[in-house]
Design a protein around this ligand. Structure first.
Ligand SMILES: Nc1nc2c(ncn2[C@@H]2O[C@@H]3COP(=O)(O)O[C@H]4[C@@H](O)[C@H](n5cnc6c(=O)[nH]c(N)nc65)O[C@@H]4COP(=O)(O)O[C@H]3[C@H]2O)c(=O)[nH]1
Length: 752
């Protein structure tokens, strides 16, 4: 049975099943209706028959008593007749009948035992209805309390005059059973069959519809989820029916869909990312395009401005290329071009021209001490002064620094050139007024004539330069004309410069040492290292000759370091030999002093040679310090910090301001030879020497007098308060070897 129930839904569609159930139900309902109708008709028929029988009986009963007779109580005869009539009816037709009076007491009954008993109380209502309506009333009820339910009817009973005298109750169950028995059985069978079929159908329906509904609900839910785009879950209907097949197909489709959706989502995500990246790249591109456009526009504007300014700039560039921006005078390039033309013209025209080189004396120290702004103003005023002094046809140029040139053409003769040079020198005698301050400068002028001295511009320049150098070394504030002698000198300088280049590597230098002695007891207090150059080609050359050349060429830096190293090393050797060399004085050039890292160089040499710093004394010239006093003070402090002594050489020649002297941390002052030379015969020199000593003493600075040659000089100096003496009087500069012996000897100071 159950396997059938399970099998059926697999083969029958839900709708078909519903139709079948409906058809079976409808057929059963129709059959039941038909049976019920038959049963009802049979029942009605039994009632009609029963009523007819009752009416006959009533007629028969009524016929048994008189016209006005009553049934309460019935007369015996009447009762007898009535009883017989009923008994006959009972016997003939099997009908159970009773007659009751108006008091509802049974007066005649086919069941004799009930006569005289009241009718059952349950009948009262039906009796009243029948009496009131005058018509029979059918009902189901019990005759005895413990009896079966019977089909009964009650009908009123009248006597012959028509007066109501009681009622008649008849049990027509047999009749009804006869007529309705078949119909009732049919109805029962149909009902039972219908109930069974319906129950079976319901069971089938439930067994069939439930899984179907469940499957349909799951599938429906899944399709709705699919339609709404929600995540899909497996429908998972087991079995082999259409729903299971559909569910599998649906699950397969869901899996495919999920995969393709995931792929699609990935693709969408990738595309979205790509789109975002593209949009960002686009935005960046746009930004850059905007920036570039702005930059291009700006560059374009700039270009337009530059183009507009182009001509002006070209003009300015040309100006810059040919003219000096500070003074507005022609520059070196322009000057050279003009000189070339001037020389050629002079040759062609047979005239005389002159090239004038002008150098401003003391300009460097003004520039260093008062600053470049002041220096620039001086240069501008110098340019104006020159231009104002000369004729407009004379070409004034500035060729660099404080160097000016003038080209003079068509001169009457050599004297004319001298006259112009004299005018230039005179022009610089007047002070320069810079920001309310008066500055005194002078000029050194060199002259070369063309084509007389040379027809070659380069050579002319050199000649004029040498002449200017000559004027400068000759005491400044003057002019000098180029001469053969000068040319020779210049040539010699050139030769010397060339020879100097090889002097170091060929070991042509050596040091001489001049002893310095104590002014009180004449014992050696130190030595001064003096540089010597013995050139194989040029012979012995004095420092006074070659040091300016070495300074000019810059070779002095290398040479000076060598001197310092050599002197310190020698000092250490003497010490190692057990001598007491005292101080070692070493001359320092202005070029060395200005050199960056000079202090470090001194420290390194001391360390390298093992010499004690306090045994070393560096000699600096007064003019060197005054060239840039501020810087000099700084440098001197740094050197003193090393422990090195500092002597101001040639003191008295450099116009030191006393205020500066106070600030220079010098440990010694050397009175220049020029004051010592005539100290015994020249009162002024003697006074200056005395003043220097007094000043130094007041500043607690030691004094050395140098260049002492005679007893007279010494005698005069002995009256002053010098610490040391130095000069040929005591010792010539000697070789290191000779110094060894000299250091041992005690030199006696001759009293004046
Ligand atoms: N007439 C006379 N002269 C005397 C007497 N006693 C010494 N002298 C000379 O006077 C000079 C003294 O040196 P200075 O004043 O520093 O003057 C030095 C110094 O300024 C410079 N010099 C010498 N050696 C060096 C050096 O190594 N480096 C630098 N930068 N300059 C040096 O050259 C100058 C000349 O040096 P030198 O020719 O050696 O000349 C030396 C010395 O020989 C004397 O009694 N009478």
């Amino acid at each position: 049975m159950f396997s059938l129930v399970r099998w059926l839904p697999q083969r029958v569609g839900t709708r078909l099943l519903a139709v079948v159930i409906f058809a079976i139900g409808a057929s059963l309902a129709l059959a039941l209706l038909a049976a019920w109708l038959v049963y009802r008709d049979a029942q009605n028929a039994s009632r009609v028959l029963a009523q007819q029988a009752a009416e006959n009986l009533v007629v028969q009963v009524a016929a048994q008593f008189g016209e006005d007779d009553d049934l309460d109580p019935p007369r015996p005869f009447e009762r007898y007749n009535l009883q017989r009539t009923l008994d006959y009816a009972h016997q003939a037709k099997g009908r159970d009948i009773r007659v009751f009076n108006l008091n509802e007491r049974i007066v005649v009954d086919t069941d004799h035992e009930d006569i005289g008993t009241p009718v059952p109380t349950a009948w009262h209502g039906y009796i009243s209805a029948a009496m009131r309506d005058g018509a029979p009333v059918f009902f189901s009820g019990r005759i005895a309390a413990a009896g079966d339910v019977r089909q009964l009817f009650i009908t009123p009973l009248h006597n012959r005059t028509g007066r109501l005298v009681g009622g008649l109750a008849m049990d027509y169950t047999h009749l009804a059973d006869e007529l309705t028995g078949t119909a009732r059985k049919t109805l029962l069978i149909l009902s039972a069959a219908g109930a069974f079929v319906l129950a079976l159908t319901l069971l089938f329906g439930l067994a069939t519809v439930r899984p179907i509904a469940l499957a349909v609900r799951r599938l429906h839910g899944a399709t709705r989820a699919l339609a709404a785009g929600r995540p899909l879950r497996p429908v998972a209907i087991e079995g082999h029916d259409e729903f299971a097949g559909l569910a599998r197909a649906f699950d397969d489709m869901s899996t495919q869909l999920t995969r393709s959706r995931m792929t699609l989502e990935e693709e969408v995500a990738e595309r979205r990312a790509a789109q975002i990246a593209l949009e960002e790249a686009n935005a960046r591109l746009e930004e850059r395009v905007t920036e570039r456009t702005a930059a291009l526009q700006s560059a374009n504007r700039q270009l337009e401005i530059e183009l507009a300014n182009g001509k002006e700039m070209a003009r300015q560039l040309e100006q810059l290329a040919r003219f000096d921006s500070l003074t507005g005078l022609p520059n070196r390039a322009m000057f050279l071009a003009c000189l070339d033309v001037a020389v050629k013209r002079a040759i062609r025209m047979g005239t005389l021209g002159a090239l004038m080189f002008i150098d401003l004396d003391r300009f460097k120290s003004i520039n260093d001490s008062l600053g470049h702004a002041t220096g620039d103003q001086v240069l501008r005023q110098a340019a104006q002064r020159l231009s104002g002094t000369l004729r407009s046809c004379d070409m004034v140029s500035r060729i660099g620094g404080d160097e000016f040139t003038v080209i003079l053409e068509e001169l009457g003769g050599e004297n004319a050139a001298r006259a112009v040079a004299g005018k230039v020198v005179a022009a610089f005698l007047a002070p320069f007024n810079i920001d309310g301050k008066e500055l005194f400068l002078s000029s050194s002028v060199g002259l070369a004539l063309f084509p007389k001295d040379s027809a070659e511009p380069g050579e002319l320049m050199k000649q004029a330069d040498f002449a200017m150098y000559e004027a400068k070394t000759g005491g400044r504030n003057r002019f000098a004309l180029h001469s053969e002698h000068m040319a020779q000198e210049a040539n010699q300088r050139l030769v010397m410069e060339t020879a100097l280049r090889h002097a170091m590597e060929r070991n042509e230098f050596y040091l001489a040492y001049q002893i310095r002695v104590s002014a009180t007891d004449g014992t050696p207090t130190g030595t001064e290292a003096l540089l010597r150059w013995r050139s194989p080609e040029l012979g012995d050359i004095t420092p006074a000759e070659f040091i300016p050349v070495a300074e000019h060429s810059g070779q002095i830096i290398e040479i000076g370091r060598w001197v310092l190293q050599q002197a310190c090393r020698q000092h250490s050797i003497w010490r190692a030999q057990g001598l007491q060399p005292g101080l070692m004085a070493v001359n320092i050039s202005v070029v060395q002093f200005r050199q960056a890292g000079f202090v470090e160089q001194v420290a390194a040499i001391l360390a390298e040679t093992g010499m004690k710093a306090h045994d070393l004394e560096l000699e600096l010239t007064e003019s060197m310090l005054m060239a840039n006093p501020e810087n000099a003070v700084m440098m001197m402090h740094a050197l003193r910090a090393l422990g090195v002594g500092l002597a101001i050489d040639d003191f008295g020649t450099g116009y030191s301001s006393l205020s500066y002297l106070k600030r220079f941390p010098a440990s010694r002052i050397k009175i220049d030879q020029s004051f010592v030379r005539d100290i015994d015969i020249n009162q002024e020199d003697a006074a200056i020497a005395a003043a220097i000593v007094a000043l130094a003493r007041s500043l607690n600075i030691e004094v050395t007098a140098e260049g002492i040659e005679t007893d007279e000089q010494l005698a005069h100096l002995n009256r002053l308060d010098c610490a040391d003496y130095q000069g040929y009087y005591f010792a010539q500069p000697l070789t290191a070897e000779d110094i060894r012996f000299a250091l041992d000897a005690t030199l006696v100071v001759q009293p004046g």
